[in-house]
Design a protein around this ligand. Structure first.
Ligand SMILES: [Zn+2]
Ligand SMILES: [Zn+2]
Ligand SMILES: [Zn+2]
Length: 147
């Protein structure tokens, strides 16, 4: 048995449609592939909305490609808001995009901050030199630079 998808107009096997009790046919009008694409687009749209609400670019290096941007918990994650990705964007939207503990960072800066306590972009130049010359054991001292 096959069914024609209402979106891509392709005739597909019934197993390629999700079940949906509300519909007369018991199946979704759109095939699984089209549904997947739709939810991906919704996710990107939600993310773009958040990116815009948080200034549109990385607050450290200015990267403005939304695909590289992510939410940083300025003071670290707490138990209540240990959310990631889609869930975090939804949560922030519900709160009206709070800025107190959240900022936009690109993945590079976010990782830099997570690994060193401060993004390497923000290490002052002379500290950078020192960092290069220190052995791993003194790194703790070097990374305590205020932004
Ligand atoms: Zn389809
Ligand atoms: Zn950045
Ligand atoms: Zn940075």
């Amino acid at each position: 048995m096959t069914k024609v998808c209402s979106r891509c107009d392709q005739e597909k096997d019934l197993s390629l449609f999700a079940k949906r009790k509300r519909n007369k046919s018991g199946l979704n009008a759109r095939c699984l592939e089209c549904e997947k694409e739709r939810s991906l687009r919704g996710r990107i749209r939600r993310k773009l909305e958040g990116v815009e609400a948080y200034g549109g670019c990385c607050q450290c290096c200015g990267e403005d490609n939304p695909y590289f941007l992510t939410i940083d918990h300025i003071g670290g994650r707490s138990e209540i808001d240990d959310l990631h990705g889609e869930k975090l964007w939804r949560y922030l939207k519900k709160l009206g995009w709070p800025k107190d503990n959240y900022q936009l960072l690109c993945f590079n800066c976010n990782c830099g901050k997570a690994n060193f306590g401060i993004c390497p972009h923000k290490l002052e130049e002379n500290k950078y030199e020192r960092y290069r010359n220190t052995n791993k054991n003194d790194v703790g001292d070097v990374v305590q630079v205020s932004s």
